[in-house]
Design a protein around this ligand. Structure first.
Ligand SMILES: *Cc1c(COP(=O)(O)O)cnc(C)c1O
Length: 338
């Protein structure tokens, strides 16, 4: 089976498992896990920010950020296609008591005028805006890699109005590798960043939340509140450190995505937009199948992909997908469509 449903399906390599087995550990709730302390220091350094916090999932990282940045009853401004809006169970409402205001922007980044129009100043009748949340790479818009300057133009409007900006950078390193920019170039424009160790970077568990010393010390309290305070989590931290040292490997996933997209686009009835990172979105309406029928037929033939709405499927390249897998997957899809 060639599993292209998501880049979350990777399993830790032998080298990563060895690093985990060798990890020095301590009680992280007491701040005594040396491996996690090292991972947090490296993550902060990598993003050019003051401090970082290891969290069990990307979702928890985003939710903690929303909770720390805002006050009860404020608004959070987010893209209508963002992960925080679509896939986190209305967590901003549940965990931070926020009302969400959406914008719809071509590449998921609002134009400065859109940010301007979305910001509310608090008065007797209206909540104030407490947060602008951006996403990079943009998952639901097809793994788009947003350049730092575009993020910066949107973020500046919010920050000039005193509204903090959080970046959901679950796949930030995919953007960094694709655009050949250091991760710090993106972080420079925002107040906090979440990135996942567990996707293309291949760690089994974990994400990092990064920001100022003050933000992270409050985030540490909220992580405890949300049940995310872990004890000897350095075994996971060691996998994260290994992942962070091997960020450059994402370039291979991006090359594979290009090949996959080109191959699939040659299959009649399938249309694929040029991918920018490791996510390939294929419109299969021309095959006469619904996206679910298409995904089921491919799965029966040995290739898994996921439904993506509007007659489209998503295929992700990742650590456990080889060049041969890509060629085979294209052949399988061609057969299925035939
Ligand atoms: C996967 C993902 C998350 C959440 O990460 P989990 O570790 O699955 O909770 C958040 N944002 C984006 C854009 C994602 O793709």
């Amino acid at each position: 089976m060639i599993d292209l449903r998501s880049d979350t399906v990777t399993t830790p390599s032998e080298e990563m498992r060895a690093a985990m087995a060798d990890a020095d550990v301590g009680d992280d709730v007491y701040g005594e896990d040396p491996t996690l302390n090292e991972l947090e220091a490296r993550a902060a350094e990598r993003l050019g920010m003051e401090a970082a916090l290891f969290v069990p999932s990307g979702t928890m990282g985003n939710q903690i950020a929303a909770r720390v940045h805002t006050d009860r009853g404020q608004e959070a401004v987010v893209d209508v296609q963002s992960h925080v809006y679509k896939w986190e169970l209305a967590g901003f409402a549940q965990h931070a008591e926020l009302q969400v205001r959406t914008f719809d922007a071509h590449r998921g980044v609002p134009a400065p005028e859109q940010v301007e129009a979305a910001l509310l100043e608090e008065d007797l009748h209206r909540p104030g805006t407490g947060l602008l949340c951006l996403e990079n790479t943009h998952n639901s818009r097809g793994g788009l890699a947003i350049p730092p300057s575009e993020l910066g133009d949107a973020a500046a409007v919010a920050r000039n109005a005193g509204v903090p900006v959080h970046l959901d950078g679950a796949r930030l390193f995919n953007a960094a590798v694709a655009l050949d920019e250091p991760a710090s170039a993106f972080a420079a424009h925002v107040d906090s960043v979440m990135f996942c160790l567990s996707k293309g970077l291949g760690a089994p568990v974990g994400s990092m939340l990064v920001g100022s010393e003050d933000f992270i010390s409050e985030a540490r309290r909220v992580r405890k509140l949300f049940g995310g305070g872990m004890r000897q989590a350095g075994v996971l931290g060691a996998a994260g450190l290994y992942a962070l040292e091997n960020v450059d490997r994402l370039a291979t996933d991006h090359e594979h995505a290009q090949l996959l997209a080109a191959g699939l686009d040659d299959v009649s009835g399938v249309t694929v937009e040029q991918p920018e990172t490791n996510i390939v979105v294929a419109d299969v309406t021309g095959t006469g199948m619904t996206e679910d029928e298409f995904a089921d037929a491919c799965s029966d033939a040995g290739v898994q992909c996921s439904g993506f709405g509007d007659g489209r499927v998503r295929l992700c390249t990742h650590l456990d997908v080889t060049r041969e897998d890509v060629d085979d997957a294209v052949d399988v899809v061609a057969d299925v469509v035939d």
